[in-house]
Design a protein. Sequence first.
Lengths: 295, 289
Amino acid sequence: MALEERHPDAERLAEYAEGVLDAEARAEIERHLADCLACRAVVMETMAFLDSPAIPTSVSAPRVVPFRSRRWVTSLAVGLAAAAALVLAIRVARPEWVSGLFGARGDRPELQELIAAVANEPTRPVEGRLSGGFKYAPPPSPTRGPGDREVSPDIRIAAAKIEKSAGDVSNPSAQYALGIASLTVGDLDKAIALLESVARARPSDASTESDLAVAYLERARRGGARDDVSRSVSAAERAIGIDSHLEEAWFNRALALERAGRPNDAATAWTEAVDRQVEARWKDEARAHLPTVKP
Amino acid sequence: MTGAPEPVEQTGEALFLSQLDLIERVISFVSSRHHLPGADADDFASHVKVKLIEDDYGVFRKFRGRSTLRTYLTTVIQRAFQDYRNSAWGKWRPSAEAVRAGEVAILLERLTVRDRYSFEEACELMEMNHQVTVPRAELEVIAGRLPSRVRRRFEPEESLADVASDQRPLDEVVADQERALNAARVEAALGKAMQALGAQDRLIFALRFHDGRTFVEIARLLRLDQKGLYRRVDRLLKELHGALTASGIDGAEALEIFKSAAVSIDWRGDTEGTAEPRPSTGEGEQEWR
């Protein structure tokens, strides 16, 4: 290929923009730029950015904003109104649910970007139900083999940021966030090690036990240790023992019992899980398991 | 149990994370400069992050430290924008006039030519979706400068029955043909004169008269004294004028052709082949170091 038909690489253009090239190299770049609109635009816009006043990062703070049609706005308004009515009803009928529903989200701001990234995916990253405010999404495809799930860039970025901010991970909150992040990107051994550590440090934290149940179950699903399923059952039951209102734990316990090949127990557990799921889609998914586990 | 922290290495991922704030700022800057509406800006942000992450953070692994990482990443993201725009726009390219007139003209042309909006609709979209605050009268002037490249639309025969013939008078057609021939003659003479210039002179011309960059921008890029640049451009224009006159083209004729929206002159003397292929941000055969 003739030289003039190719383009300098990005670092060469950066060197030119910074003025660090010798005269010969500089002249070579200028010969190219004279005839190449694309590279001229790269260099000029790079210089324009470098000369621009700093743009506040809050303008584009890391966030995940999926495309939504305008109809979404109407749906949101209707949904919010319905949610407000629901919360009021819950407050009146079962006030202890309110903290269980909304408390965890406010307690874990470090997970919010990850939660937002996961919410943009067509399926959830794990078969179990994570606590902490992860939105409903269908389970990952059972037809795909273990370990072949593609992790989206947004999830990888959110997980990487959690890893960066976790620092020395001596803090249980940081360990927990990193454990969940590792779980969503498929690093299951690391996730389990971290969540086990948090569970030991916080023996009365039902959410950690429930998420640990999810992690064991996921590792079992991807061909992990033989006793992962029974560990999952135990962790979910510990979670329920700590907080019987944690709906995620009921879901995970039923799923673990089903995977453990205990159809009678699983059928009962799914019936109990259906009763405890608040959101319709989780309820529907739990209900869908009932015929499959009936002895 | 592996609760102990792992040593932090300057891997691609570590570099990526350390520069995330800069990356977000460059993305915002590019989106703003090109008037990307919210959904497109988000889409572009995702596009950039995929580029930076793919191939195991290949962009970072390729960095050799010959420039600062900040400038390097900025050039990478600027190129990623070209990739993004090419994939979004397909084969459509703005006209040379639109490029010369700047981003607003490119946007206006994109909406009216590529997306087939009427001028009025395009103005509304520019204001609503792209936060363009240019007065309507100014947009009309810009639109008047753009070459008319209206797409053909196929209408059913019955709907054409009442439509008046759009055939133009013969004298207008002949005048256009003459203008096109003259434009080709001017273009050839200009291209020849341009090729006789040095590379930096041609670059100055391209930046000033094709890209519409200011003298301040050009002087900063080329590290030239601004006053000296004015004098240099003046001298170059005189040289080109002399070359055109020597080719039998007078100033009035050239001026009429340059002003005409009906013809488009690519006066740089290069070929579309060198300007059109977009540089790749990846490991590409199109790149040289």
